[in-house]
Structures are given as C-alpha cells and as structure tokens.
Design a binder for this molecule. Structure first.
Ligand SMILES: Cc1cc2nc3c(=O)[nH]c(=O)nc-3n(C[C@H](O)[C@H](O)[C@H](O)COP(=O)(O)OP(=O)(O)OC[C@H]3O[C@@H](n4cnc5c(N)ncnc54)[C@H](O)[C@@H]3O)c2cc1C
Length: 445
C-alpha cells in the first residue's frame, strides 16, 4: 500500500516507521501485512549500510514475521551448530562448548549473518509486503499539531514532512527521537552502554573448518569469550564463523574504557594477538572494522515505550540481553508487537497513549520484558564483581591445567593445589558469596 497525497499536498501514511534495521523492517512488514500504508524511513544509503553486529540471528523471531521464511532464501551464513564459552587466561583457553544434540536441529536455532547483506534483504521483504521504503533520509524531529499531538515526522529532505497518526521509532542505540518524544529522560549514560568493536576477517571456508574443527560449511561456531579479553574491565568477547569469514570482537562498558584510558582498538588488537586466538585468524584479510554501541542498561534504563502517537522498539528501547547476545530477536519481536498495536489503534481510530499502552502489555507477555526484568541487576552485579572478568577465568584455566598435568602427584595434594590456586586469589567465603550473588542476579531475586 502506498501513501495518500491529501488535498493540501501532505504526504500521509497510516504508519511511519523510523529506521530500517531489524526492528523497523519487521514493524513495517507486519503493518503492511495488516493492510495499512506504511513509510519505512532509513538514513543510510540503503538498509544495513550503517549496521554492524557480532553476530547471530535467531530463527524463532525470523519465522514469526515470515512463516515461509526459509522459502524466501534468506542470505544467512552458517547455522550455529556449536556454541558456548571460551575462558581465556593470559596464555590459555578453557573451551566449554556444546555441539550436536539440540544444536544439530535443522533449521538451526541461530544463524550467523552479515548485517549489510541481511538488513538489505530484510527491508526488501518488508517492501514486498507493501511497505514504502524511503532511504537516504534522516528523521530529524516530530511534527506536532496545535494541541502538541504528534502527527508525523520531519526529515532532512526539502519538503520532507511526512504525516501519520502513529510513528514507530526503531532508531537503534542513538536515541535522539526517543528523547524528542519525551520517552527518555536523559541521554545515553556511559555506564549503561558498551562499545562493541569487531573485525570481520576473510579466510577460505576450508581453513575455517580446519581451524575451528567444523566438519564442513554447514556447521558453524558461536562463542562468548570471557577472561583475558577485557583486561579486567566489564565486558566479553565473541567469535562467530561465517561462510568464508570470521567475526571476532568484544564489548566493554564505555565508562570503564574511558576511566581506564584504554583505546578500544588496542583492546581488540590485544585480544587478536592472544596465543589461543591469533592462530585462528592468522593470514586472514581484514574485510571490515566496525564499532557500535550496545545499550546494556536493560530494564533499569528502559524509556517509556509509548506515548500519544509514538511507540519505540529495539535498541532505542534498550531491549538487549547482553549475557545471551540477544538483541536482534528482541528488536524484531518488539517491532512486530508495535505494528500489531498500530493496526489495532487504526481500527479503534484512537492513537492516544492509552490506546498504544497495549504495546507494553503485549511485550510484558513475551520473553522481552520478562527477561529484561529478570536480568535487571546483572550489569550492576558484573560491574561490582570484576572477579568474574579475571579471577574465575584464570582459576578455571589453572585448575584444569593442574588436573591434566598432576600425574604422579597424590590426588590429595593435587586437589589441595587446585583449591589453593583459588583461595590465593579470593577467600573461599567470598567465592561462595560471589556465586550466590551471581545466581541471584541471573534469577532476578
Ligand atoms: C558488536 C555487537 C555484537 C552484537 N551481537 C549480537 C548477536 O550476536 N546477536 C544479537 O541478537 N544481537 C547482537 N547485537 C545487538 C544487535 O545488533 C542489536 O540489538 C540490533 O541490531 C537492534 O536492532 P534495531 O533495529 O533496534 O537497531 P539497528 O539495527 O541499529 O537499526 C537502527 C536503524 O535505524 C536507522 N536510523 C537511526 N536513526 C535514524 C533516523 N533519525 N532516521 C532514519 N533512520 C535512522 C539506522 O541507520 C539503522 O538502520 C550486537 C551488537 C553489537 C554492537
């Protein structure tokens, strides 16, 4: 469905979506599938041009927007058939990954993706559903009527005012419009955002298979890396295998980076030079270097999700679960729920905050608000427990190192040495306290 030119020359849609990222294209597709006219406005040259992530996309969210998702031949990379954690010490690595079993399902639950390719395709699917994509256009502000009600958006184009009674803001982490709508009270806080930096490194598929122990190109790896990756700062690394590239990077809280006066690129380079990491990417060609903010404030920093005529979804609404690298699926599902709410609002012809509050109710029944609420204390917990960034990963490396070299030693001595390697770093009583506190932070109690 296309726009209507109203009598006085106004460009009028039923719904405007700002930002053709994962949330925005999902919102636009669902709105169009519901029979409404929708403009999807993207500031990049094309959708995906400005987007960068780790990373993996999650099948459940993709199939929720398009039940025939796989027939559409999505441009995904490898399925994630092995996933888990790597714990780095200064010169070692404990590998705790799982493969086979649930990770052998077809289609897999997660797929590695390159955003420049995927987001373009994702937006094209929205266009096929009937959304009208307006690229190379930045939304600069809202248009309000004489009573202050939002009735559309202004853009950086000459005569670029576009009208709709409801706007879905999917602007990503730079929450300028969320602020302008009065949904957020303050700018991004350095404490509540991580800076993600990553390299995309090209390697032949066979080399990737050999180095990562993958049987063939239909297998892929996704790992979260903890320990000697963040120099003790609150943060984690990641490694994902694409078809013929490896995505490797880390995210560290902006505030801690600034305090420690560490340049993110230097941190990434140090990680790439780690003796367990360097051989994995040796000889590769740098395809892309990306830096992007991740809103990790979650529940505690979440803006109000709706007001008269506006809803906000995805990173703009701090919908990220950093421990699980879940952001894409939250963005997509939130975009969908905002669209469903907009469709209902049109049926009611009521675009007030009260009418759009249905959006929050919908999200509260999904994993999005439930998980963000449950993990509300986790970021603060990790900040206050730097031991999880160095003491425990180092201990894990030492303990397993001792276990597998303690031949000929009495096992009583061996276990004594292992326990001492922990208590030398942290008194046992504090270790027990740390573990209990971690459990409480994860369970949200
Ligand atoms: C290093 C890194 C690794 C990550 N890894 C993972 C992972 O493995 N799995 C996962 O699920 N998540 C991951 N994430 C998080 C994930 O990338 C985000 O949660 C997700 O992209 C959010 O989608 P979104 O649609 O809300 O925002 P975005 O994808 O950022 O899209 C926002 C869009 O809005 C456009 N825009 C912004 N302002 C305007 C404006 N004023 N006018 C017009 N257009 C505008 C932008 O150009 C952009 O296209 C990672 C993030 C980073 C940084």
């Amino acid at each position: 469905m296309t726009s209507k030119q109203t009598q006085n020359g106004k460009i009028q849609f039923d719904v405007i979506v700002v930002g053709a990222g994962l949330a925005g294209s999902a919102a636009a597709a669902v709105t169009a599938q519901g029979g409404l006219s929708v403009a999807l406005i993207e500031r990049g040259q094309a959708p995906g041009a400005k987007n960068s992530f780790g990373g993996a996309l999650y099948t459940h969210s993709l199939e929720e927007i398009y039940p025939d998702f796989w027939d559409r031949k999505p441009p995904l990379e490898r399925p994630v058939t092995e996933a888990g954690f790597w714990f780095l010490s200064k010169d070692g690595l404990v590998n705790m990954t799982v493969r086979g079993g649930a990770l052998g399902r077809q289609p897999a639950d997660a797929y590695v993706a390159l955003r420049a390719k995927f987001d373009l395709w994702w937006a094209e699917q929205a266009a096929q559903s009937g959304a009208f994509i307006i690229p190379k256009t930045t939304v600069t502000d809202f248009i309000r009527d004489s009573s202050g009600k939002i009735v559309g958006v202004d853009t950086d184009r000459a005569q670029g005012r576009i009208y709709a009674p409801v706007v879905i803001v999917c602007e990503g982490v730079n929450n300028l419009l969320t602020l302008k709508a009065g949904l957020s009270k303050s700018d991004l806080k350095p404490k509540a955002v991580a800076l993600g930096v990553k390299q995309l490194i090209a390697l032949p598929a066979d080399t990737i298979n050999a180095r990562f122990g993958l049987p063939d190109n239909s297998h892929g790896l996704a790992v979260t890396v903890a320990g000697d990756v963040s120099m003790g700062l609150t943060g984690m690394g990641f490694v994902y295998t694409g078809n013929d590239c490896v995505s490797i990077g880390l995210g560290v809280t902006l505030e801690e980076l600034a305090k420690a006066k560490i340049r993110p690129y230097a941190l990434l380079q140090r990680y790439l030079n780690h003796p367990a990491i360097a051989p994995l990417v040796a000889g590769g060609r740098l395809m892309e270097y990306g830096a992007h903010l991740i809103p990790e404030g979650g529940w505690n920093d979440m803006p109000k999700l709706y007001t008269d005529g506006v809803m906000v979804a995805g990173d703009a609404a701090t919908m990220v679960n950093a421990l699980h690298w879940e952001g894409t699926n939250m963005a997509i599902i939130a975009g969908k729920e905002a669209a469903e709410t907009a469709i209902k609002a049109h049926r009611r012809q009521d675009f007030s905050g009260k009418s759009l509050s249905e959006y929050r109710e919908r999200l509260s029944k999904r994993f999005i608000l439930k998980d963000l609420r449950q993990y509300r204390n986790l970021s603060r917990f990790l900040e206050n427990h730097p031991t999880f960034m160095d003491v425990y990963p180092n201990f894990l490396n030492d303990a397993l190192g001792m276990f597998f070299t303690g031949y000929g030693k009495t096992k009583k001595d061996l276990y004594g040495d292992i326990v001492r390697s922990l208590t030398r770093r942290r008194p046992l009583i504090k270790v027990v306290g740390d573990m209990l506190a971690f459990g409480k932070a994860v369970m949200g109690i």
